[in-house]
Design a protein around this ligand. Structure first.
Ligand code: HMG
Ligand code: MG
Length: 298
């Protein structure tokens, strides 16, 4: 039986917009986050405190966090690769900080300029600071299903990083398909392996839709009991250090699936469709959510 209820983490304002060529103003990002808050998300990834030289699109994160209207019941998360990022996230009153590592050595070097082991050492101080300040801590694991630089990534490599993230005290761990290469059975194998290292009800699926498999992978994850999924309004996004990777699975498509399955999300699909139209207009293109476009055309 599938879970009766899932948590959808909206990552469009971060994962989505970090990869846009045209930089989006803080005012537009604030309006987007506010629309998403009103739609009822329990968790929105709104900011990323990384080097502006590496990801210029996230340079306005402090301004965005200061400008949004926080909804009671919504947790606002920020990416924090090191203590400099943590201090900025703390000052910006993030509710949750996200340390992000990789199951692939090659990707770790390209994305955060250090080895997996070095990244874990770096995350120790961030994790401790998060606990000291009472912030929630999430760990994200890139390339859990394959890497754009080294290809195959083993189940053991994923399990190893899951174990390290657990030891760091993560409250939730994201299993990420950075380049969207996973298929359904592989997804189940990775999720079940991760669940040997960490609580299944605190493991999330973060699927990019490069190969059109994300919804199938979400359904496959539901079948093995995963109940937290990341998605991006209007299918925005990609990753600047994973060339050719497209956006996350579109939130509208995921909500449409959950609605059809009778699985509770607590989110108003129509309001998300409107938010998707809003940001697509600002980017000057048609949104890439199939369900979103179909519902908007009604
Ligand atoms: P580094 O160059 O090794 O770091 O970068 P450093 O400590 O040597 O610092 C170099 C410079 O960066 C210094 O500035 C620091 O002040 C600055 P300078 O003296 O040259 O002027 N710096 C910072 N500035 C602002 N905020 C900070 C910060 N840290 C250092 N936190 C670092 C290491 C991790 C910082 C760098 O590699 C970086 O910023 N990488 C960002 C990568 C990134 O954001 N990728 C996208 C997000 S991850 C993702 O999308 C995957 C995910 O969606 C899951 C999936 O789909 O796979 C989560
Ligand atoms: Mg991602």
């Amino acid at each position: 039986t599938l879970p009766q209820k899932v948590k959808i983490v909206e990552v469009g304002p971060r994962d989505g917009l970090q990869n846009e060529k045209e930089s989006v103003s803080a005012a537009v990002k604030i309006e987007l986050v506010d629309r998403l808050s009103r739609a009822g998300f329990a968790n929105i990834e709104a900011a990323s405190f990384v080097s502006p030289k590496w990801v210029p699109q996230m340079a306005t994160s402090a301004e965005v966090m200061a400008g949004i209207t926080r909804r009671a019941g919504t947790m606002y998360s920020a990416l924090t690769p090191n203590m400099q990022g943590f201090d900025a996230a703390l000052a910006a009153k993030a509710d949750e900080v996200v340390i992000f590592g990789s199951a692939s050595e090659a990707f770790s070097q390209k994305n955060i300029n250090c080895s997996i082991a070095e990244s874990i050492a770096r995350f120790e101080s961030v994790a401790k600071a998060a606990k000291d300040h009472g912030l929630r801590l999430r760990g994200s694991i890139s390339c859990a299903f394959g890497c754009p630089y080294q290809g195959e990534v083993s189940l053991d490599a994923v399990a190893d990083v899951v174990g390290r993230m657990r030891e760091l005290g993560c409250d939730e761990i994201d299993i990420a398909d950075t380049i969207g290469v996973a298929t359904a059975r592989k997804t189940q194998a990775v999720m079940l392996r991760a669940a040997r290292e960490f609580h299944l009800d605190r493991i999330s699926g973060h699927f990019h839709d490069t190969y059109g498999q994300a919804l199938a992978n979400i359904y496959a994850s539901l079948e093995v009991g995963v109940s937290i999924f990341h998605s991006s309004v209007s299918g925005l996004g990609g990753c600047p250090y994973a060339k050719g990777a497209t956006g996350n699975v579109a939130t509208e498509d995921v909500l449409y699936l959950m609605q059809g399955l009778g699985i509770e999300t607590g989110i108003d699909l129509d309001m998300v469709v409107d938010a998707g139209q809003f940001i697509a207009q600002h980017l000057g293109r048609k949104g890439s959510s199939r369900a979103g476009n179909a519902l908007a055309a009604k």
